[in-house]
Design a protein around this ligand. Structure first.
Ligand code: UDX
Ligand code: ADP
Length: 470
């Protein structure tokens, strides 16, 4: 036997991972037809929008979709038909942290993966390579294999691969065009290795072969969790040091610069912040904690848990610093919060630090003027309602006002809190902002974004993460 030459791909799940990833595959592999399917009709309609108002904001994505939609890239809600026609299926559905039941708060909810897997088994009538793309706990591929084999039609073979995605939001397209590595895990059987080869051949359309790493199935699954856990651990480490800097009057940027010059450590991912967010870091670490506990490794579990606890501490430490600095009360004061997305260049708000900050400010009965250049208003209300389930939305809306510009948010406020590092916040005319604010006017920089000396000269009281008083 020789590896199957893949001609048709289906991606189940048109979200932040499946959408951009498979759009780039279609762009780079004109000889392959790629269909991205989703049960969410509104999402598919948005992917098919004639004016390219796509459902996710990602720089460069529109150009990719424009280059191949209708050529060899299709978006559809007809999941079954796409499964039947495909040689290779990416499973790229959501895997949120479980909210109830065994492992609640830690384990991944695999319900969506299981339902998608059952659908594949139910409708497939030819051999398929099934690729888990969603981040999943170790050994999920094994569960998928059992489900597929138990429900497969006669003469239908399924080869399961793990192919975790390492793209970061905001830079998804350059990350996909030029990945550090592509990781493919397979069973080390002749069939498994052939399936692995078929997938590697797809990526080899544009990724140098030496960057396509092939490993065992379980190593691949664990590597994804490990990479995210180690990245998050770096941020929690620098954030822990930022607390020491604030207490000692040293400067976290200088410390990061000095530390990062060690080539063994490197300069990336050492930016102190108000706390990491995003759909992956916390979820994957909690997953690792759950895995460690299930394997009776409590010390290992405690080690990784601390990375998340440090992140929670960083967020609450920052909101406490705001309250302390504003003379121990923010009741009735106006606070401009700039940024709601979990990082710049994305409209994604999952686990965003801004959500926790605003919830804390609400508890102190402050008024919040919020501005974000990308996040949809409906998403903001949904996130704030989920963060404070005890408050009716009407009450939240009385405390939080969504503004259409930073200028509007800052006008009449006592303090500005920078929660996301949007580039446009670097271009704010602080002289004008200062004139429009109540005095004393404070800026709390949670993203090491502003020139604190310059703002101090204008008259602001500036409080920066990882820096003692100027
Ligand atoms: C992450 C991983 O980087 C990516 O490889 C994986 O596939 C998915 O999870 P993502 O969550 O999209 O990607 O963004 P990332 O750039 O990693 O940022 C995560 C959070 O850490 C953001 O809130 C960001 O602001 C914060 N961060 C990042 C810092 O606070 N400091 C840093 O130095 C870097
Ligand atoms: P991620 O960030 O992992 O891409 P998202 O939540 O953005 O997660 O996207 C996952 C998508 O998967 C959602 O649009 C959801 O509707 C879709 N989905 C979940 N289960 C199925 C399924 N069984 N069939 C098709 N699509 C599904």
């Amino acid at each position: 036997m020789s590896p199957v030459k893949v001609k048709k791909i289906v991606c189940i799940g048109a979200g932040y991972v499946g959408g951009p990833t498979c759009a780039v595959i279609a762009q780079r592999c004109p000889d392959i037809t790629v269909t991205i399917v989703d049960i969410n009709e509104a999402r598919i309609n948005a992917w098919n929008d004639k004016d390219f108002h796509l459902p996710i904001y990602e720089p460069g994505l529109e150009d990719v979709v424009k280059s191949c939609r209708g050529r060899n890239l299709f978006f559809s809600t007809d999941v079954d038909k796409a499964i039947q026609e495909a040689d290779l299926i990416f499973v790229s559905v959501n895997t949120p942290t479980k909210k109830s039941g065994v492992g609640a708060g830690f384990a991944a909810d695999l319900n969506y993966v299981e339902l998608a897997t059952r659908r594949i088994a139910a409708v497939a009538n030819s051999n398929k390579i099934v690729v888990e793309k969603s981040t999943v706990p170790c050994r999920t591929a094994e569960s998928m294999r059992v489900i597929l084999e138990a429900n497969a039609k006669p003469n239908c073979r399924f080869d399961i691969l793990s192919n975790p995605e390492f793209l970061a939001e905001g830079t998804a397209i350059p990350d996909l065009h030029n990945p550090d590595r592509v990781l493919i895990g397979s069973l080390q059987t002749p069939e498994g290795l052939e399936a692995c080869q078929s997938l590697a051949d797809i990526y080899a359309h544009w990724v140098p072969r030496e960057r396509i790493l092939t490993v065992g199935l379980w190593s691949s699954e664990l590597s994804k969790l490990a990479a995210n856990a180690m990245l998050a651990q770096r941020i929690s480490s620098i954030n822990a040091l930022s607390a020491i800097c604030e207490a000692t009057g040293s400067n976290i940027d200088e410390v990061a610069h000095a530390v990062g010059h060690d080539t063994r450590i490197g300069p990336k991912f050492l930016k102190a912040s108000v706390g990491f967010g995003g759909s992956c870091f916390q979820k994957d670490i909690l997953n690792l904690v759950y895995l460690s506990e299930s394997l009776h490794l409590p010390e290992v579990a405690a080690y990784w848990r601390q990375v998340v606890e440090m992140n929670e501490y960083q967020k609450s430490r920052f909101s406490k610093r705001v309250v302390d600095t504003l003379f121990n009360t923010i009741t009735g004061k106006h606070i401009a919060v700039l940024g709601f997305a979990f990082k710049a260049d994305t409209g994604d708000t999952r686990e965003s630090a801004a959500i926790s900050l605003i919830r804390d400010f609400q508890k102190e009965r402050a008024n919040v003027n919020l501005y974000d250049p990308q996040v949809e208003e409906s998403q903001i209300w949904q996130d704030l309602s989920e963060a404070s389930p005890e408050l009716p939305l009407e009450t939240i809306k009385k405390q939080v006002r969504i503004c259409s510009s930073s200028m509007q948010a800052c006008k009449g406020a006592e303090a500005v809190v920078i929660a996301t590092e949007w580039k446009e916040f670097k271009e704010i005319d602080w002289e004008v902002v200062y004139q429009s604010m109540n005095k004393p006017a404070f800026v709390f920089d949670g993203r090491l974004l502003v020139d604190a000396a310059k703002l101090t000269k204008i008259g602001f009281k500036v409080v920066t993460i990882g820096r003692g008083e100027l």
